[in-house]
Design a protein around this ligand. Sequence first.
Ligand code: R5P
Length: 283
Amino acid sequence: MIIVSGSSSRNLADDLAQRLNLEHVRATSRKFPDGECYVRIEKETIDEEVIIVQNSYPNDMLVELFLLQDAARNLGAKKIINVIPYFGYARQDKTFLKGEAISARVMVKHLDLEADKIITVDIHTPKIIEWFGKATAIDVHAAECIGKYFINDGIDLVLAPDQGASGRAKAVASVLGSTWDHLLKTRLSGTEVRITPSNVEAGGKKVLIVDDIISTGGTIEAATRELRRLGAKAVYVACTHGLFISGALERLKKSCDKIVATNTIEGEVSMISVAPAIAAAFQ
Ligand code: R5P
């Protein structure tokens, strides 16, 4: 088995290769002058199974992923295992208005054509995993890696911004041996959320908010405001997928005491590696 990384996931692939004791080939990736993607896996042949580590977000990374699947097949790969740390387009899993596409289903259909196995990390809508037909698919979780990262930080309370995310808060809290709870969130628009004033006991506590995605940062900003109102001593924030669009990271750095993400999306604060969780799926 070898590991091939695309340009979204070089560090994570390095870490994974070390843990699994496998060769890591960094695929060449560049753009033509017109913006089209080009990839090349510099090997004579691949006469084994290949693990391709590459996100399906943003759009260029998605195209790169499809090209890497094809390049690996062309070199003779026996089996293609796609590790997709951040699975893009997972949020539209149904039509909300007549005439829309079901984006998540489109992604699944096309990835399924070449993949034999798919591994995702904290996919936004877990039921999507069941839509793969040919490929076997599993979703692994970042909670243990996140919990271990904060093990020496004296966290008193782990908090989910909404009820739907409370399983993640509970899993992180069980690693830390702390209590957990959730706030109540209502989404008002793409960028605005309202956190309902709650009776969470945060006074004088060091609180860690955990979420799967930070996109515009609206959710975390509102949650942080509520925790300050409740008298929290410190507000730490961790997410699996740090998209941080429209200057969200700079804004959140001002409102939280500490903010980190995992390396499903590699960036300035992606301090937590999810390689242990992915490696476990190969054991
Ligand atoms: C929502 O279902 C997700 O779990 C996140 O809470 C959401 O994607 C965060 O988005 P934003 O940072 O834009 O508030």
